[in-house]
Design a protein around this ligand. Sequence first.
Ligand SMILES: Nc1ncnc2c1ncn2[C@@H]1O[C@H](COP(=O)(O)OP(=O)(O)OP(=O)(O)O)[C@@H](O)[C@H]1O
Ligand SMILES: CC(=O)N[C@H]1[C@@H]2OC[C@@H](O2)[C@@H](O)[C@@H]1O[C@H](C)C(=O)O
Length: 398
Amino acid sequence: MNSNIQRLYEIAQKPSRKIIGLMAGTSLDGLDIALCTYQGSGLQTKVTVDEFETIPFSEEVKNEIRKIFAKKEIEFEQLCLLNPWIGNLHAEMINAFLQKRNIPNTEIDLIASHGQTVFHAPKIQHAKANFPNATLQIGDGDHIAVKTGIITLSDFRQKHCAAGGEGAPLAVYGDYLIFSEKNKNRILLNMGGISNFTFLSGDLDSEKVFATDTGTGNTIMDALMQREYGLPYDEDGAKASAGTVNKSLLEALKDHPFFTKELPKTTGPEVFNLAYLANAQKTSNTQSETTENILATLSLFTAETIADAIKQLPSGDHPNEVFMSGGGMHNPAIVNKLKALFPKTTFLKTDDIGINGDAKEAVLFATLANEAIVGGHTDFGKRGGVPSVTMGKISFPN
Ligand SMILES: Nc1ncnc2c1ncn2[C@@H]1O[C@H](COP(=O)(O)OP(=O)(O)OP(=O)(O)O)[C@@H](O)[C@H]1O
Ligand SMILES: CC(=O)N[C@H]1[C@@H]2OC[C@@H](O2)[C@@H](O)[C@@H]1O[C@H](C)C(=O)O
């Protein structure tokens, strides 16, 4: 037997495993690294986040990614170069993360790497009848495995597409295993560049569980902050909170077929970007609005489109607790508007049910890797076309 297969076999049988989950999201803010300990699998999964850090990307890294990120036309050479370059970069960040904590790489059983999404193209978006749902994450797993010496699982989204999904949101798998609780209907709302939520049913019925993107989170606001002020985001929603919502602009922003398509659905910055904002400003004749008013309007756009999607749940399913995660939960300009739209609902953070909301997506990928090696027996149901599949490709260090 190949010694790598032997090692995997041993990892699968260990009573507990150390798995590093990685997420590099659409905000391009940095690499989320969560070192987790796992016991069990499926609905018996027990996970603790032992260490967590977001290692910011330098401006140079962001600029290299922006050359191809969510663009229809790119230099093909740049895509080819970035694939191993991002793999190596993520590996160096993991090595530094472990070194800083005096943890030898040999103590880690697995790395679960999401990679960097560079383009997301579900059928509803590309509208090319002969082509399937497609999504592309780069940052090659072999490079991570070789540079860290740790078995690496990567490229999780392709199997989801192959089995009929849109490649996202995958959050439903981890959320169902980690956050389900009997007799509690729950919504887990992640507000990153794009927002999504998972609905968990209190009767633990996997057929009822599903996740969907709702539209923007911070992506347009971040891009506007970058363009107008050279800043990565509107810290604590200060500028948005100083502005006034422009109702005409809000209506124009909400006028897109994505919002009338039934749940679940996915999207990305390929749709929600500065060109989208410019078009909405043109159709609503609001080109001369101040940046602060635009930010106020965009934050309500995020909150209202999240609320509109949540309100599509059958009324009996509507939970009275929403658990937030992702960077948007730190933005009061979004969160206060959401709270106003759901006055009877309590807004908490996933921190309140055991997982740091900033680490949640990185933990998701660690959970998927745990399932790929140890689990694989959970029925995730079919509602919303969520396929029950094992995800992630395995890269060995030698
Ligand atoms: N203190 C803060 N005030 C306002 N916004 C914040 C704050 N902290 C983080 N954010 C927002 O959160 C974003 C990062 O969120 P996160 O890391 O969850 O996104 P992501 O994982 O890249 O996106 P996605 O989940 O859509 O792929 C920042 O770009 C910013 O817009
Ligand atoms: C293609 C892609 O990278 N999608 C991300 C993005 O960021 C949020 C939202 O859009 C979600 O659909 C997804 O990530 C999370 C981790 C998911 O799959 O659940």
